[in-house]
Design a protein around this ligand. Structure first.
Ligand code: SF4
Length: 370
């Protein structure tokens, strides 16, 4: 294996073993390195004190451990949502967020990181800040994993959560959602490698249920994901239950219409046992009427699934204003009366522009302001 300078986080487990072997070290050194990275949150090879000094030196010569630089951070007024903007090694920027959920009833306390998978996005959803920015490039696996590691370090050092602070066995991050900038399934290989690392005992050791991939519905990739070895949760950004409206809101629907997407979701459940979630952001006068709700109920009739209703995030676009809560609840009632399971989600971090791409949009605008 050629040992040109590389980011260790970009390597899969077999590739890391190959690297250490190429440095004339036994393969088990790879396990030790990963333990330092994901267990001890090390940021330099120098910290890896159970590796021989010569190996630490060699690693520092041929590889790096970081490629993201935090350049901006915002915290919501309630302290429950943090958003970070990172500069990549080529100067491009991405954003990620950490959302803290307190223990309620049957649900456990969660510390969820929402990661980006692309710089920009070429899907072009009409209501989305990232969609307006255009596509620049895919993220590498290491750039995805480093977003998670950043927040793990933050939780560990700042002790943001009582649970994480008092119980050393608890992970600083409990859930990872691929819901930030970009379409995860359009960057399939890097996203899949990240899922493997998140799930692996050599990585974070998160359960497959603690990992969610959110997609606009790239049908071939949804079917491919269903056949993989780690059965993650699947969320579909639906937002409309007719092709006519969805073609406008989520233009990829023209390529993969509902007649293809819905069967792929049914099959995902059959193959993985994971009940798909349909995300439906409600925008006033766009997709939030009684008829829209009935249409959605008909589309999902008899399907083992969950609908997440959320008042859409405010964007710069006047056409899309979030539906008032009264309307969201009326929409939910129609679904409930039709036997479709749904929850109303509170849009976290609206005061800090937590909708995907919003912080980056502002940062880009400010950077280009003389
Ligand atoms: S909503 Fe997601 S898929 Fe659509 S443009 Fe925004 S980032 Fe891309």
């Amino acid at each position: 294996m050629e040992t040109a300078h590389k980011n260790i986080l970009d390597l899969s487990y077999p590739q890391l073993k190959e690297l250490v072997c190429s440095l004339s070290e036994p393969a088990y050194r790879a396990d030790q390195i990963l333990w330092w990275i994901y267990g001890k949150l090390a940021t330099s090879f120098g910290e890896m004190t159970n590796l021989p000094q010569s190996l630490r030196q060699k690693l520092a010569e041929v590889a790096s451990l970081t490629s993201l630089t935090p350049v901006d951070e915002t915290i919501s007024a309630d302290g429950q949502t943090r958003k970070a903007l990172f500069r990549l090694d080529d100067g491009k920027t991405i954003e990620s967020s950490l959302m803290l959920y307190e223990k309620t009833g049957s649900s456990r306390e969660r510390r969820t990181v929402c990661v980006s998978t692309q710089v920009g996005c070429n899907i072009g959803c009409s209501f989305c800040a990232t969609g307006q920015q255009g596509f620049e490039r895919n993220l590498r696996p290491g750039e995805i994993m480093e977003q998670v590691l950043y927040f793990m370090r933050l939780v560990s050092t700042e002790q943001l959560s009582g649970d994480a602070a008092t119980d050393p066995a608890r992970r600083p991050v409990t859930n990872v959602v691929f819901m930030g900038m970009g379409e995860p399934l359009a960057n399939y290989e890097a996203v899949w490698q990240s899922i493997v690392t998140l799930n692996s005992k050599h990585g974070l050791g998160l359960g497959a249920r603690q990992i969610t991939v959110s997609t606009v519905g790239l049908v071939p990739q949804v079917r491919r994901l269903a056949g993989e070895s780690v059965h993650v949760e699947l969320a579909i950004s639906l937002h409309a239950a007719s092709d006519a409206l969805r073609n406008k809101l989520v233009p990829v629907n023209k390529k993969y219409p509902l007649s293809q997407l819905i069967p792929a979701c049914r099959d995902y459940f059959k193959k993985t046992g994971r009940r798909p979630t349909f995300e439906y952001a409600l925008f006033q006068g766009v997709n939030d009427s009684v008829n829209h709700a009935r249409e959605l109920a008909r589309l999902l009739e008899g399907m083992n699934c969950q609908v997440n209703l959320i008042a859409g995030n405010p964007t710069a676009c006047q056409e899309f204003t979030p539906s008032p809560m009264k309307r969201v609840l009326a929409f939910q009632k129609i679904l409930r009366d039709s036997g479709v399971s749904s929850t109303v989600r509170v849009s976290k971090g609206v005061d800090i522009e937590a909708g995907c791409g919003q912080l980056r949009s502002r940062w880009i605008a400010n950077s280009s302001t003389p």
